[in-house]
Design a protein around this ligand. Sequence first.
Ligand code: CTP
Length: 398
Amino acid sequence: MTQTFGQRRILLGVTGGIAAFKAAELCRLLVKAEIAVDVVMTEAATRFIGSVTMQALSGRPVHTNLWDSAVGNGMGHIDLSRSADLVVVAPASADFLAKLALGAADDLLSTLCLARDCPLMVAPAMNRQMWEHPATQRNIARLREDGAVVLGPDSGSQACGETGMGRMTEPEALCEQILGWFEPRILDGVRVVLTAGPTFERIDAVRGITNLSSGRMGHALARSLRDAGAKVTMVSGPTALTPPPGIDTIDVVSAADMLAAVEARLTECDIFIGVAAVADYTPLHPQEQKLKKDARILAIELAPTVDILANVASRANPPFCVGFAAESERLDEFAEAKRRRKNVPLLAANLAQQSMGTEDSEIVLFDDSGRQVLPRAPKSEQARRLVTHIARLYSAAR
Ligand code: CTP
């Protein structure tokens, strides 16, 4: 993160549940990102994790009691939430969500949640049946109506031994979404579909044609778009990366799968971004079984794939289209020609040998007003710069 969160203050509410131990890691990550964290624990939370742990990690006093006169001027419930930029309740138990939905204020944390004028995020954590219960679903719907942001929950194995929905989202993913919330919402509500990663074109049962794309740029861009307030769908070829939280990720394998997945989502798309390194050719006759070797020269016939970006850009009423170009030489000449040929308003180009599979890259942007260099930086930073540029062109084009 290059942005400084030094001035930001979060009130982290911890309620009673096994996942309370994960609140310690969340607190540590937020503090590491230079956020001031004030921890407020319910009485039940203190049965699961010690307040001393939270105090040591936050470096600030931990509050547990509504009647604690040590809090500010005695009006603790007002002071603690008034100076916060955000209240995050993680984990939020079923009971606490019910309280919030009702507007109850019978302990310090629920009182602070009611006496606040900053936004509220909750990260539910509970047993699968408790999560699925109509009462909990009603409470969640009510909280969303009231403007709360609900993070998760995730699905997986639970402390009770069952498997299902209700696990608290992991601290890294929570932290990422909380930090993202502080970014300016320059694409609020805008629907973006982007492609990412390589594609894999099958030769036979165990072999295929692919390329060096790691998917990092596409993932970084998807995160920045999400943080800018966009509703993001990422159609991704095979990568070793974990799908970013808060993004609708669709896994595909081949160029044909990628095209089909993109086409199915175009009716709800304001901006289309082709980040994927899509294979230009695919084996004409992929074999069901593993090919056996013999002494002869083997020729594999390849057929061209459909150009997804050009296909989307050539439609009637296309979304605002952004392309990428990976060139190995004559960057400016080839990239600008590619932009014109594919008829896209913006193209981000880089030298493939300096960017594919790497952590950082230099990008050159080409649009109607000319050429602009984004000097070498980590892909997360390049993504942020690119989103700013896209948002500017997109709003001018509307
Ligand atoms: N692209 C696409 N579908 C394809 C090939 C490319 O959508 N079948 C998109 C990429 O996602 C990227 C842009 O087109 O946004 C340019 O990709 P690139 O591989 O640089 O160029 P190509 O069009 O494949 O041309 P060449 O390989 O000749 O450089």
